[in-house]
Design a protein. Structure first.
Length: 144
């Protein structure tokens, strides 16, 4: 279950990192893109704006409403699908780009997530993650 207002927090603290990740992954029109731990779509929406066919997947679909509003405001459509990063509900080798912008890093079992990202990505595809580092300011703030 979602706690707090992550879409507002993301739009205030990390508004541009989704677009940076999309550029780093080389997203192109007609690419099939999966954003894992997409939240309200801070990377999925910029990918859709590039003309990609995008699926935004997250374990907490409560955030999708904010993402749908933002996507509509920007004139793009994408698919929103509930899914666990450790057991993604997709076939093998179907996405050109699999990415996660400050999302999959919160999953408890990183190896299981990594295995899933590789499984759903095409063999010649791209996997891109944008995550906080333990020594960075966000990483230090999120320590127990």
């Amino acid at each position: 279950m979602a706690q707090g207002d992550y879409p507002a927090l993301a739009s205030e603290l990390i508004p541009d990192v989704g677009a940076i990740l999309v550029a780093a992954c080389g997203v192109q029109p007609r690419h099939r893109v999966l954003d894992v731990g997409a939240g309200a779509g801070n990377a999925a929406i910029p990918a859709a704006m590039m003309g990609a066919d995008v699926v935004a997947s997250d374990l907490t679909p409560e955030m999708f409403d904010a993402g749908r509003r933002q996507a509509a405001d920007r004139g793009v459509e994408l698919e929103w699908m509930e899914g666990d990063a450790e057991t993604l509900p997709f076939s093998d080798n179907v996405f050109d780009v699999v990415m996660s912008c400050v999302g999959v890093m919160f999953a408890p079992h990183h190896q299981a997530c990594a295995d899933e990202l590789v499984r759903v990505c095409k063999p010649d595809g791209t996997i891109g993650l944008l995550s906080w580092t333990p020594k960075g300011s966000s990483g230090r703030c999120s320590r127990p």
